[in-house]
Design a protein around this ligand. Structure first.
Ligand SMILES: Nc1nc2c(ncn2[C@@H]2O[C@H](COP(=O)(O)OP(=O)(O)OP(=O)(O)O)[C@@H](O)[C@H]2O)c(=O)[nH]1
Length: 396
């Protein structure tokens, strides 16, 4: 389940704000959001980065065939060039490709890939250096092409690309001036390299902004799909998705868990006497009061189960803690402060609940558990409302 998202879960309106803010779209988000965004990019670029590395690996693998006829490597430089291509860069690229496709920690994957790309850049500079010293032919444009390819298909952050490109292009231009090729213009080489460097940097920036907008849009849409528009709590759909997974996780980890169904008392009368919009406002205020006040831990759930019915789940809970927490939920609802529309008298709001603590087994059915808790809620209503009921040991 997406429990890792709990530290950066935002309400739909907050995502909307981020989408509407040009600054947030284009530059960095808060550290937690930025880390989540980067994680997604890392996964998304896994294959394109592998293909990029594979294309270069192929280039280096066939290089022994091309060194003499195409690059015209001198006899003296051949052993060194072959060692660089086959002994150093090719193995590093192959390891980086292997790690990309294997299931290893993302940090290790990323570090090796970054190392492979840096080594690739250094190799290109060395080959061009040999070319400037008359040991082989290796056009300076090759450096720019590799840089653009890495910037567009590598999925590296814009900042890294900008820094890497600046260093790479500066070094490349410096050597063009330091060892100018007879008959060629270092200024023209520098111009081409600088232009390709600029394309790489601007391309990486544009891609990052587009990715960021897409990611924010996806987060906005998915938070809308999970949130009840009136109360701002999770909706039934999201609850139905998460609750069975939570039961399974509790069974796996042998954790206790409690579930409570809560129903606002005499809500029909509130609607009938004071109008549907006022009923809506009551639900809105109940949602606002509950969110962030009850079941606040990352794995807990608070959702609108239906009409004026809510559901709360506490994960990793001891049985003895339930009475106080269940009473706390009813107390938060009692504390909702609203004046009646006509008389301006304070509304007296109460709710009833049915709850149960359990340590689930793998066979535990979510539906059966909810039916059982619903039965207790029904009994709490029948017993006079404004109370919660649980199976005998923890009854309140
Ligand atoms: N304003 C408003 N009312 C809703 C909404 N969803 C459900 N309701 C109303 O909630 C009321 C629920 O009433 P009942 O299920 O009969 O129960 P009750 O009046 O709360 O009585 P008890 O549950 O027995 O205490 C119905 O009148 C529904 O129309 C909503 O989104 N907004």
């Amino acid at each position: 389940m997406d429990t890792d998202s709990s530290s950066w879960k935002l309400a739909p309106a907050q995502w909307r704000l981020l989408i509407d803010s040009p600054r947030q779209r284009a530059s960095r988000l808060s550290p937690a959001l930025e880390a989540a965004f980067r994680n997604v990019l890392r996964r998304r670029y896994r294959y394109s980065r592998s293909l990029l590395l594979a294309a270069h690996a192929l280039m280096f693998a066939v290089s022994p065939l091309l060194n003499a006829p195409l690059f015209e490597v001198s006899a003296a430089a051949t052993p060194f060039v072959q060692l660089l291509e086959l002994g150093l860069i090719l193995p590093l690229l192959l390891i980086a490709i292997g790690l990309t496709l294997a299931n290893v920690p993302p940090l290790l994957q990323q570090s090796v890939q970054t190392l492979a790309v840096i080594a690739l850049g250094v190799a290109e500079l060395v080959l061009r250096h040999l070319s400037l010293r008359g040991e082989m032919h290796f056009p300076s444009q090759m450096l720019g092409i590799v840089l653009v390819a890495v910037a567009l298909f590598g999925g590296f952050s814009f900042r890294r690309i900008a820094l890497g490109a600046a260093v790479f292009v500066t070094l490349a231009i410096a050597q063009e001036y330091r060892w100018p090729l007879p008959g060629s213009s270092p200024a023209l080489e520098a111009y081409t390299l600088a232009l390709l460097g600029l394309i790489a940097i601007l391309g990486a920036y544009a891609i990052e902004v587009i990715n960021r907008i897409n990611w924010l849009g996806y987060q906005y849409a998915s938070s809308l799909a999970k949130t009840d528009a009136l109360t701002g709590l999770s909706n039934r759909h999201d609850f139905n998705r998460l609750f069975p997974r939570l039961l399974q996780q509790a069974a796996r980890e042998q954790r206790g868990l409690a579930v409570m169904l809560v129903d606002i008392d005499h809500f029909k009368a509130i609607n009938d006497r004071h109008g549907h919009p006022f009923g809506d406002e009551v639900l809105r205020q109940v949602g606002r009061a509950l969110s962030g006040r009850v079941a606040r831990r990352p794995m807990d759930l608070v959702a609108r189960y239906g009409g004026e019915e809510l559901v709360v789940v506490w994960y990793d809970l001891h049985a003895e803690a339930l009475p106080e927490l269940a009473e706390g939920v009813l107390e938060v609802i009692r504390g909702v402060s609203l004046n009646l529309p006509m008389s301006q008298e304070p509304l007296r709001l109460t709710a009833s609940g049915g709850c149960r603590w359990l340590q689930p087994t793998r066979e535990q059915s979510a539906e059966r558990l909810l039916r059982e808790v619903d039965g207790l809620l029904y009994q709490a209503k029948a017993a006079g409302r404004n109370r919660w009921l649980a199976p005998p040991l923890a009854a309140g």
